[in-house]
Design a protein around this ligand. Structure first.
Ligand code: AMP
Length: 408
């Protein structure tokens, strides 16, 4: 596979698929530019080499087509709003094509000069984008000489601009951007070359969202820590009393079978022995600490308790590889954030002692940021859904489209 670092973009027009799906306020100003920042190294590499950058992205979920934005109806989904900020970040005026599939876009892309940047209108104004339409993808491909995919957050979707478009480029003319490359190599490291002991920490609200990742982790981890609301389904399945804690009644059998599979494979499953329970889903609720399998009626577990924190910490501190997806409790409320905060600190501490830690999934990333530990872990994944699917063991179409025919 061609590597972006060794490719010289001089006199090439690079068609770069990024994920600039950033939040805007009511004045159409960007409120968090993390995703834009994440792809700057890729864009700057093309420009520094003496190439031109033609950038395409999806932006929100428009319901209708391009005509509606021209009428103002879906104005908020126009990538036009990104131009001023992107121009500032790149230190040059970014050109804008108000359609990614028009003759005008083709002309602008054709006449672009070295060092120039062209941002295309939202690819999702074409329904062909999400359908993975081949003709639309071939049309997009005419806009550049080489294709770079730097949109890890969209890699699990077989959309025209992330997947089918790559088929129009020969294997020496398509590659991952730096962000995508880092995501893939760090995920691969955890999945296939992890130093042992490998501990996976899985939390969050629902077992149903995490079944596939749990099943796959049983094949690679030595220890699996289960926290958050999903833990109570496991306690109930084993005959515990869980009061009014979160439970998925239809997943009780599955919880038992996951525990059995873990035993069979010699994987240690760690459930929180105690919990901080509350009489209400509120930061002002009455709280106390109880065994997680003896929660009284009228009470619900909203965080892991002190004994669980201690036990989980021991496991984390002896780990050499750590994967963390999902919080240990309702960390958004201060009274139930201690479990997640302490686990985050222990992951950082283990990293400081040489462990490799990868944090992924929206809420664990939010937690790491909230506790200001983002520079004390090895890698924070930017792709929520994509990261989850990767660790479920699935092949992501956006990645395969570049790897497949080029990698022997
Ligand atoms: P997920 O998106 O599945 O990772 O879930 C994250 C959400 O789970 C966060 O908003 C947490 O507040 C919530 N959560 C974590 N623990 C619990 C719990 N014990 N009871 C209810 N919600 C929880």
């Amino acid at each position: 596979m061609v590597h972006i670092e060794s490719f010289n973009f001089k006199n090439f027009r690079a068609l770069i698929r990024v994920d600039f799906n950033v939040p805007l306020n009511e004045k159409f100003e960007i409120t968090d530019d993390t995703r834009i920042q994440a792809s700057l190294p890729t864009i700057n590499k093309v420009l520094k080499d003496g190439g031109a950058a033609i950038i395409m992205t999806h932006f929100g979920r428009p319901k209708s087509n391009l005509q509606s934005v021209k009428l103002g109806a879906e104005e908020k989904y126009s990538t036009r709003h990104l131009v001023p900020h992107l121009s500032k970040l790149l230190g040059r005026e970014v050109l804008f094509a108000d359609d990614c599939g028009s003759e005008n876009a083709y002309k602008m892309a054709k006449t672009i000069k070295a060092g120039e940047v062209l941002l295309l209108e939202n690819t999702r104004f074409y329904e062909e984008e999400t359908k993975g339409d081949v003709e639309f993808a071939q049309m997009l491909a005419t806009l550049g000489d080489v294709y770079i995919n730097d949109a890890f957050g969209s890699a699990h979707r077989a959309h025209a601009s992330t997947t089918q478009v790559a088929d129009s480029f020969s294997s020496d003319k398509k590659m991952f951007g730096y962000l995508m490359d880092a995501e893939v190599s760090n995920a691969e490291k955890v999945l296939h070359q992890s130093e042992k002991p490998f501990t996976a920490i899985v939390g969050g609200a629902k077992v149903s969202d995490k079944i596939l990742i749990l099943e796959n982790l049983l094949n690679i981890a030595n220890d699996v820590i289960i926290g958050g609301g999903m833990a109570y389904t496991f306690f109930k399945a084993q005959g515990g009393q869980i009061g009014k804690s979160l439970v998925e009644e239809d997943k009780l059998d599955l919880a038992i079978s996951l525990l059995a599979k873990a035993k069979e494979k010699g994987v240690n499953i760690h459930l929180p022995v105690d919990s901080i329970v509350a009489d209400n889903f509120s930061n002002d609720a009455n709280i106390k600490t109880t065994d997680s399998n003896k929660i009284e009626d009228g009470w619900m577990g909203l965080d892991i308790g002190p004994r669980a924190i201690e036990a989980f910490s021991q496991v984390i501190l002896k780990s050499k590889t750590i994967l963390w997806n999902g919080p240990m409790g309702v960390f958004e409320m201060t009274n139930f954030s201690k479990g997640t905060e302490t686990i985050a600190k222990k992951v950082a501490e283990a990293t400081g002692h040489g462990a490799f830690s990868l944090i992924g999934g929206g809420d664990s990333v939010a937690a790491i940021n909230q506790f200001k530990l983002n520079d004390q872990v090895s890698f924070i994944s930017t792709g929520g859904g994509a990261m989850l699917e990767y660790f479920e063991g699935k092949k992501l179409p956006g990645i395969e489209a570049i790897k497949l025919d080029s990698e022997v």
